[in-house]
Design a protein around this ligand. Structure first.
Ligand code: PGA
Length: 231
């Protein structure tokens, strides 16, 4: 299986022109690369204008439609070439107060729409990583049938290792201990996220992660292309 490399653009870039430019640079830069499955996760509004690479959304609603001002449902995303939906990102948990119960509802809605959830889990600095991720996995994946679990991807992202937080490096060896722990609870694809760049990417893949979720480095097209070519 090729490693899955997801570019999480977060709330960037600021203009349509910049989004198209970034996307096209990456698309052209990686067009002859077969080494990885590359997915771009831009803000919702750029999804309909970006064509030619696999897309992911950064969040979604848990209902198909209805009186939910501001929300975008998985069914709506499906029509725009979206294959994956990131959910439970620490920024959504922290800034928008998303709970594990909400994330569990979103995960079910994503599966119902035939899309693949990328469930982010991870601990804050100073928290007990195993306790936190166990709780997250238990609630976020509650009542998901085994045949559906294999469509789920878990992204382990220690929150303190995200470049815009403390940005400390969680070494591949350190991350591997958590990978092994998560595997005792979830036996499908697990990827890593947190300050991944072109230099360290292979470290995480070598210890057994089956892909990476890339934030900051995915906004720098030369660096992101280099990251993919280094895989
Ligand atoms: P980062 O972000 O690569 O900038 O650390 C990763 C993420 O938050 O998904």
């Amino acid at each position: 299986m090729k490693p899955l490399i997801i570019a999480n653009w977060k709330c960037n870039p600021k203009t349509r022109k910049d989004a198209e430019e970034l996307f096209n640079k990456v698309k052209n830069g990686v067009k002859n690369t077969q080494k990885a499955e590359i997915v771009i996760a831009p803000p919702f509004v750029w999804l309909p204008i970006l064509r030619g690479m696999t897309l992911a959304a950064q969040d979604c609603a848990w209902e198909e439609c209805g009186p939910y001002t501001g929300e975008v449902s998985p069914q709506m995303l499906e029509g725009f070439g979206v294959k994956y939906v990131i959910i439970g990102h620490s920024e959504r948990r922290i800034h928008f107060k998303e709970t594990d119960e909400m994330i569990n509802k979103k995960l079910k809605a994503i599966l119902k729409a035939g899309l693949r959830p990328v469930l982010c889990i991870g601990e804050k600095k100073g928290e007990n990583a195993k306790t936190i991720v166990s709780g997250q996995i238990e609630t976020d994946l509650k009542d998901i049938a085994e045949k559906d679990l294999e469509k789920v991807i878990i992204a382990y992202e220690p929150i303190w290792a995200i470049s815009t937080n403390e940005g400390e490096i969680c070494s591949p060896e350190q991350a591997k201990a958590m990978l092994n722990f998560i595997r005792t609870k979830f036996n499908h694809r697990i990827i890593y996220g947190g300050s991944v760049d072109s230099k360290i990417v292979n470290g995480y893949l070598k210890v057994g992660f089956e892909g990476v979720l890339v934030g900051g480095a995915s906004l720098r097209p030369d660096e992101f292309i280099k990251l993919i070519k280094n895989v």
